[in-house]
Design a protein around this ligand. Structure first.
Ligand code: IMP
Ligand code: MG
Length: 179
């Protein structure tokens, strides 16, 4: 198995992730089936892409749509114009959609709290957050994710979309890195 030297421990195996993502997909399917509204998954670039691509294939809803957003790592810090720093916005309107934000991890919670605020201003029919990992011990912003894959301890993790200085997003498992 390919394990780069900097990875000191595997926290979640491919199989553990696969099973949990299937469970989340089944739960979302059960909760959103038959609404008659579009279900819009908003993947957060770049860390959320691997999770999104697996999760979407586990959701059995005809109206499912996918779009992407990217925000600066400064979260909601206002720019000089007072606008949040959206690096890439949705390509289509979220109005009237059941929106689920799909992100890799809730750490301080600042990024997801900021995204929720921005998206709630777009008149979605509903708005929820789904993150693969949750590090509740580090929370600063008020944020409760509606769907959580795994609650993890305060360790720096990489793989399955998550990076360390843009490295290791391609690992199929989630590993702990020595910082
Ligand atoms: P926040 O602190 O909840 O706003 O998280 C901001 C971003 O920090 C997340 O979207 C991740 O990209 C990144 N991040 C937080 N913890 C980790 C980690 O353990 N590994 C890799 N990225 C992380
Ligand atoms: Mg990220």
């Amino acid at each position: 198995m390919y394990i780069p030297e900097e990875i000191i421990k595997i926290l979640l195996t491919e199989e553990q992730i696969r099973q949990r993502v299937a469970g989340l997909g089944a739960q979302i399917t059960a909760e959103y089936k038959g609404t008659g509204r579009p279900l819009l998954l908003v993947g957060i670039l770049r860390g959320g892409i691997v999770f999104l691509s697996d999760l979407m294939r586990r959701i059995e809803i005809d109206t499912l749509k996918v779009d992407f957003m990217a925000v600066s790592s400064y979260g909601c810090t206002a720019s000089s114009s007072g606008e949040p720093r959206i690096l890439k916005d949705l390509d289509e309107s979220a109005e009237g959609c059941d929106v689920i934000v799909v992100e890799d991890i809730a750490d301080t919670g600042v990024t997801l709290a900021c995204l929720k605020k921005m998206l709630s201003a777009r008149n979605p029919a509903s708005l929820k957050v789904c993150c693969l990992l949750d590090k509740p011990s580090r929370r600063e912003a008020e944020l409760n994710a509606d769907y959580i894959g795994f609650t993890i301890p305060d360790e720096f993790v990489v793989g399955y979309g998550l990076d360390y200085a843009q490295k290791y997003r391609h690992l199929p498992y989630i590993g702990v890195i020595s910082l």
